[in-house]
Ligand binder design. Structure first.
Ligand code: IMP
Ligand code: MG
Length: 332
């Protein structure tokens, strides 16, 4: 029986530090499974284990703590990338027998990747992992599922029990329905997507929403014009924050935190526990600004900004139980 489900969700445009939060929660709680519900190798997770940095794309971060890690029915899987990642984890001493793929997950093949590169990459700035063409084939009901391709021993038996953590990929503003369409990804990044793992909605208890204290965007989006890369102050902030894509190596466009968007994303995800990452970076940078009610607001100190943020969020998001400001890439 499923006794408890917690969800980690990105509240922005991805790259909020969900991998770190998932790894921390897996280390400090007794989860029986860690599951991904959407996306594929377009994601990029950076996790520190015993002070060593690891980067993964497809496999849930539970793998770093020896917890069964499920790639769910709503995910898309590139076989080569999957094996590459299994080898990488195995050679670093992690138990890859824990990795299972839903037989219902769809397979990304080389044609998907070449179509992504020729038709989507330039106009939409995709990660060119074949995500859109693969989900398009799935929706058109001509896709190829994992059960047809992957060996039995890699396939998930579709059982879940006990205490489960679901790890989101990307973020609310990249969601196919809620993002700035068509500058979105092709799957559901919202917490209800976790139910596609065979989880009843009532089983979900905590929703850990992850944000950053400033915003970044990798990929094309008119909301984040390319000129942001030339803004001296913002690109200096991005530099201190090492805002370079894990999957693509592209420089991310950096912008002041848009609190209007953050409040909306907390509300639509039902976030109960909010983690705001990269506080240390803004502190080091020493300039404290955010966008609120469509205006840029400046603060004299990080403390002032912190209390403004907390009070607005507490006032407008009554389901919030905790707000954590994280000051380290390695822990919460
Ligand atoms: P796709 O998911 O590769 O099709 O890319 C669609 C859009 O989502 C592009 O703007 C990508 O840059 C963005 N995107 C996809 N996955 C991630 C991620 O994990 N982090 C940040 N942006 C992402
Ligand atoms: Mg990422």
């Amino acid at each position: 029986m499923i006794t408890n489900v917690d969800v980690v969700v990105g509240l922005a445009w991805g790259d909020e530090g969900k991998g770190k939060v998932t790894s921390h929660l897996t280390k400090t709680n007794d989860y029986d499974y860690v599951c991904r519900w959407a996306g594929g190798a377009n994601a990029g997770h950076t996790v520190y284990v015993n002070d060593k940095e690891y980067k993964t794309h497809l496999i849930p971060s539970g793998i770093f703590h020896n917890v069964p890690s499920i790639i769910g029915p709503g995910c898309v899987v590139n076989k080569e990338k999957l094996y590459e990642e299994l080898n990488y984890l195995h050679s670093n001493g992690f138990n890859i027998d824990n990795v299972k793929v839903s037989p219902r997950a769809h397979m990304v093949h080389s044609e998907h990747i070449s179509v992504d590169k020729t038709e989507y990459k330039a106009s939409l700035g995709t990660t060119s992992n074949g995500i859109a063409p693969c989900y398009a084939d799935k929706a058109a009901r001509k896709g190829v599922r994992a059960s047809e391709v992957l060996p039995e021993k890699l396939l998930w038996d579709e059982k879940l029990e006990g205490n489960i953590l679901c790890e989101g990929a990307q973020g609310v503003w990249l969601d196919l329905d809620w993002g700035n369409y068509p500058y979105v990804t092709s799957s559901t990044t919202l917490p209800y997507g976790a139910c596609s793992l065979g989880i009843p909605p009532q089983a979900i208890k905590k929703i850990y929403g992850v944000a950053k204290v400033y915003d970044t965007r990798s990929g094309v989006d008119p909301m984040f014009p390319e000129t942001l890369l030339e803004d001296k102050q913002l690109s200096a902030l991005g530099k201190i924050g090492k805002e370079i894509g894990v999957t693509t190596g592209r420089r991310r466009k950096t912008q002041w935190l848009n609190l209007d968007y953050l409040i909306k994303s907390i509300q639509i995800t039902g976030t109960t526990d909010l983690i705001i990452n990269k506080y240390d970076i803004l502190e080091e940078f020493g300039v404290y600004k955010l966008i609120y009610s469509k205006h840029l607001a400046s603060f004299n100190s990080i403390k002032d900004m912190e209390s403004f943020l907390s009070s607005r969020i507490e006032e407008l998001c009554p389901m919030i139980n905790s707000i954590t400001f994280s000051r380290s890439p390695k822990e919460i």
